[in-house]
Design a protein around this ligand. Structure first.
Ligand SMILES: C[S@@+](CC[C@H](N)C(=O)[O-])C[C@H]1O[C@@H](n2cnc3c(N)ncnc32)[C@H](O)[C@@H]1O
Length: 197
């Protein structure tokens, strides 16, 4: 078995054992441990949430006093705790109003693990991912409270720096991070942004 397959298998088994819906859970757990992004009582918007492992991780942290709103074009089965699911396309203009109506107040954190279906054609996949990233950043500008945090999965490409520059205009601290549970050869990369202006 290749090292990348071994790693996938390791986190897959761990997720099964620990009752997470996907191995992606460990990416958020690591990013949150390193950058301290989510805290008890937070209002969280989870973009591209299906099957729901990031929402599971967030619910464990925010506890009963917080709230997690999950958005996806695919269904997310109900989760225990202060949780709501919205079936919506983040690329559509009308989605922002649906999100606003579903949140009890402005969010403390917006996190996105959303990614379009990859075709294997690098330019196309990078382009579609950045387009989606920009839509999510626009939503974030409106619904995230000042001093709030942002995590966004993106795609390593020549255009990524342009997106990072946009993020830097809105947040005081911006970093790139590749968690251990992310396969090395995968082009995915996480943008971590803290302290919204
Ligand atoms: C890698 S999965 C997310 C896994 C999730 N974080 C978890 O831990 O369970 C990416 C998700 O992004 C969603 N997605 C892609 N494009 C979207 C869009 N335009 N609007 C909403 N969701 C989208 C997909 O349907 C898919 O469920």
């Amino acid at each position: 078995m290749k090292p990348s397959q071994k790693k996938k298998e390791f986190f897959y088994r761990k997720a099964k054992k620990e009752k997470y819906r996907a191995r992606s859970a460990y990416k958020l757990i690591e990013l949150n441990k390193k950058y301290k992004l989510i805290k008890p009582g937070d209002i969280v918007l989870d973009c591209g949430a299906a099957p729901g492992s990031w929402s599971q991780v967030a619910l464990d942290i925010v506890d009963k006093t917080g709230f997690v709103l999950a958005v996806d074009v695919l269904p997310v089965a109900p989760l225990q705790g202060p949780f709501k699911f919205l079936l919506a396309d983040l690329n559509k203009k009308t989605t922002i109003n649906k999100i606003k109506k579903s949140l009890p107040r402005k969010a403390d954190i917006v996190m996105s693990d959303a990614a379009p279906e990859f075709s294997g054609i690098k330019e196309r996949d990078a382009g579609l991912t950045l387009q989606l990233n920009k839509k999510i950043l626009n939503i974030t500008k409106e619904i995230l409270k000042p001093k709030g945090n942002f995590i966004c999965k993106s795609f390593q490409s020549s255009e990524l720096n342009g997106f990072i520059d946009e993020v830097k205009q809105i947040f005081k601290l911006v970093k790139k991070s590749k968690p251990r549970a992310s396969i090395k050869k995968s082009p995915e990369i996480y943008i971590i942004a803290k302290n919204k202006n």
